[in-house]
Design a protein around this ligand. Structure first.
Ligand code: NOJ
Length: 612
């Protein structure tokens, strides 16, 4: 017989973070009308429209395809979806190059299709966040076309960052900034007389000219775009490059280099530099917040901002600014116990200090899928894509760690973002031919960066259908690996322990136990290895526990243990497993004489509650 273990208070210094939804009322973050503030603990599923579901058979996903498959998100158990851009665009950067913010690209459907998607989502109880790309437009946007046709110094040019070049004839770019996607951040234009003229800034591709956010017309226009989509009924906006809108006065030279989604603690050793995270961006978001608050309902702003440390990022989610910011530091920590613990602590503390909840994320359309990243020999490495000539991930190990990382994430208080396909355990496509690649990062770096196509491959829905059910004709804009037949949704449904059923169970239990709105207390008394603590099954005193390779915390009545070490550990008696990332792993450790304890194998996360 066992009895539920006592719940000792957290030892001094071990860290405890108050419930995410509770605490003092913070103006602007706590509903005046007592509303639940849905985003604080929401699980949001990112839909990348090009690759979710294709209804018309052209090989490109579309809005009717998404609408037809919204049931999947209900069955999975998420609260909301975030749609990557579907606006009119030449697709030079997968739609993050917007030519018309108020129109749907014919590739994806029509405005009526967008309305139908919103209506269906509402009927199903799903919230919808859309992407807003305010830092730059497409070079095919009417404003940029007009700017090219107009003269230097004209009002048309003043909406973008046109500058004269340096050198005797202006033949050198105005400063030394590099594009995030590789190559120079400036392109020279030809003036009306046919001669080489001014240069324009593009932090990304040359087809993505940066807007000048000191121009009031730019501010007014983007606020009008917000209004346009709010009136159509969206529940919020994911704000692309939210830290980039304002550049330092005079656009000074800068020798730093930034990479996408960089959130590591040491990413900004010498401060933010002149390109990102300038003070002026915050006034933009205060103004947007006032606009959102003037609408009925609870619409949110989510910052995509590669800003560190967490305390600096938390400035974007102060009570009168945005509601959430993506926590890329968590993604960047990889499969490393001490690093994850540091990020969890610093994120909860920094966000708690401004009354915001923390978000968590492991994958998105810009990074190698975590089922592959975590299968690399260094599971903290984040390569800019993987190609056939690169180190190939250990698929089984990667998937095992990915599910363990996901259960760790979904047990943390706050809001979590999932990327389409991770619920199927999808790996990166690591063998794409160069000639099918579409990511401008690949082309702009001459292939040095493999780019992001490998995480954007169309989803497999049905093992034995054309294009695995993605498209009725079998067409796909990127090829799917043949091995994905084994990962198709239809083969995972109802199969105990499949990635899909593990995600589904985790989301249901997360909801049932209130983990998203709970609080975190590290269970260091278990990890210390003394008394009735966790034990390494092999060997006695366990240095792996001490080295922080086992993370254990309590959130409400749930004990969460993630084993990032190389040896099995055993839970003390008196715990019943709710869910494990490897359904075959936990079991009595009787063979090792630690009777009735539950063993947690390496690279496994277990959720347990008191009892047997
Ligand atoms: C961040 C987006 O997530 C990425 O896909 C895009 O390339 C850049 N912003 C530029 O819009």
């Amino acid at each position: 017989m066992t009895t539920p273990p006592p719940r000792p208070a957290a030892p001094a210094g071990s860290g405890s973070h108050a419930p995410a939804g509770g605490g003092a009322r913070v103006p602007g973050q706590t509903g005046d009308d007592g509303a639940r503030q849905w985003w604080r603990d929401a699980v949001v599923y990112q839909v990348y429209p090009r690759s979710f579901a294709d209804s018309d058979g052209d090989g490109m996903g579309d809005l009717p395809g998404i609408t037809a498959r919204l049931d999947h998100l209900v069955e999975l158990g998420v609260d909301a979806l975030w749609l990557s851009p579907f606006y009119r665009s030449p697709q030079a950067d997968g739609g993050y190059d917007v030519a018309d913010y108020r129109a749907v690209d014919p590739l994806f459907g029509t405005l009526a299709d967008a309305d139908a998607l919103l209506a269906r989502a509402r009927d199903l109880g799903l919230r919808v966040i859309v992407d807003l790309v305010p830092n730059h437009t497409s070079d095919e946007h009417a404003w940029f076309v007009a700017a090219l046709a107009a003269a230097p110094g004209s009002p048309e040019r003043s909406r973008y960052l046109f500058r004269d070049g340096r050198g005797t004839d202006g033949e050198l770019p105005p400063n030394n900034w590099r594009s995030i996607l590789g190559g120079p951040a400036w392109t020279r234009v030809r003036e009306a007389d046919g001669r080489p003229g001014q240069w324009y800034l593009h932090l990304f591709d040359a087809k993505q000219p940066d807007l000048d956010w000191t121009n009031p017309q730019v501010r007014a226009e983007l606020e009008d775009v917000l209004r346009f989509w709010l009136e159509r009924g969206v529940d919020g906006f994911r704000v692309d490059v939210a830290h980039g809108l304002i550049k330092a006065d005079g656009l000074p030279d800068w020798d730093g280099q930034v990479a996408m989604v960089d959130g590591a603690d040491d990413a900004w050793p010498e401060g933010p530099g002149p390109i990102f995270d300038q003070e002026g961006v915050h006034e933009v978001y205060r103004s947007w917040r006032r606009l959102l608050d003037s609408f009925p309902g609870e619409q949110v702003l989510v910052a995509e901002a590669w800003v560190d440390p967490p305390a600096r990022l938390a400035r974007y989610v102060r009570p009168d600014e945005m509601h959430q910011a993506f926590n890329f530091a968590f993604l960047a920590a990889g499969w490393d116990g001490p690093a994850l613990r540091r990020v969890v602590d610093s994120s909860l503390a920094a966000n708690g200090a401004v009354g915001a909840t923390t978000t968590w994320v492991l994958s998105n359309h810009d990074v190698v899928r975590h089922a592959s990243r975590l299968g690399l020999s260094d599971p903290t490495h984040r390569p800019p894509g993987i190609g056939p000539g690169d180190e190939q991930p250990d698929a089984a190990l990667g998937l095992r760690r990915a599910l363990a990382a996901t259960l760790l994430m979904l047990a943390l208080p706050g809001s979590a973002y999932l990327y389409q396909g991770e619920e199927l355990g999808l790996p990166e496509h690591t063998a794409l031919d160069d000639d099918v690649r579409q990511d401008p990062a690949f082309w702009r770096t001459g292939g040095a960066e493999r780019g992001r196509d490998g995480c954007r491959v169309p989803l497999p829905w049905q093992a034995d259908a054309p294009a695995f059910g993605f498209s009725p004709t079998g067409a796909t804009w990127l090829p799917q690996p043949a091995a994905w037949a084994a990962l198709a949704l239809d083969g995972q449904r109802g199969r105990a322990g499949s990635p899909y059923e593990t995600y589904r169970a985790a989301l249901a239990l997360r909801r049932a136990h209130g983990l998203g709105s709970g609080g975190l207390t590290w269970a260091d008394e278990l990890v210390s290895g003394v008394g009735d603590g966790l034990r390494g099954v092999v060997g006695g005193a366990d240095d792996e526990l001490d080295a922080g390779k086992v993370l254990a915390f309590r959130n409400g009545d749930v004990l969460v243990v993630a084993n990032l070490g190389t040896r099995p550990v055993a839970l003390p008696t008196g715990w019943r497993v709710l869910l494990a990332s490897d359904a075959t792993a936990p079991g009595p450790a009787s063979s090792d004489g630690i009777d009735e304890r539950l063993v947690i194998q390496p690279d496994t996360t277990v959720w347990a509650v008191p009892g047997r």
